[in-house]
Write a protein that binds this ligand. Structure first.
Ligand code: CU
Length: 154
């Protein structure tokens, strides 16, 4: 009986945890790292892959260096937020109410491969497939393809 009760208590706790996840805020920093040995490592988002639940808010900290944050238009799910910030923008938060795979870059260092992926919600196998078809060219695209590979391997 004790065991049943503790199992019950645990599942109540877990349900509570899942609810608390909604509306949570996640941070992404934009980094300039002079000690890096590749351009895409020198200018980067940290993390470069962020998986968040539906309804989460992502805050772009931009603590370090001169960066912008731009949603990649063709890698924005239909109905999803489009955004563009600089370090000077007072509000650098984005709430993701539409599931899917979002591509984000820096307007200054995108050509060096500064890009990241935000995965919103669960069960994105189809989204991952369609994201593959709209990967941009150049170093930005190389970086994004690498992140999509990691996501697929999960
Ligand atoms: Cu940048």
């Amino acid at each position: 009986m004790k065991r049943i009760l503790s199992t019950l208590a645990l599942s109540v706790l877990m349900a509570g945890g899942a609810l608390a996840e909604e509306g949570k805020t996640y941070s992404v920093n934009q980094v300039t790292d002079a000690s890096a040995n590749t351009p895409s490592h020198m200018f980067r988002f940290e993390p470069d892959l962020l998986e968040v639940p539906l309804g989460a808010t992502v805050k772009f900290d931009n603590f370090d260096g001169n960066h912008t944050v731009i949603s990649i238009k063709k890698m924005t799910p239909e109905g999803g937020p489009k955004f563009k910030f600089s370090k000077m923008s007072p509000d650098r938060n984005v709430t993701f109410d539409t599931p899917g795979i979002y591509g984000v870059t820096c307007g200054i260092h995108g050509r060096f491969g500064m890009a990241m992926i935000i995965k919103v919600g669960e069960d994105n196998a189809e989204d991952l497939k369609s994201a593959r078809t709209v990967v941009p060219g150049g170093r930005m695209g190389t970086k994004i393809s690498q992140i999509l590979d990691r996501l697929e391997d999960k």
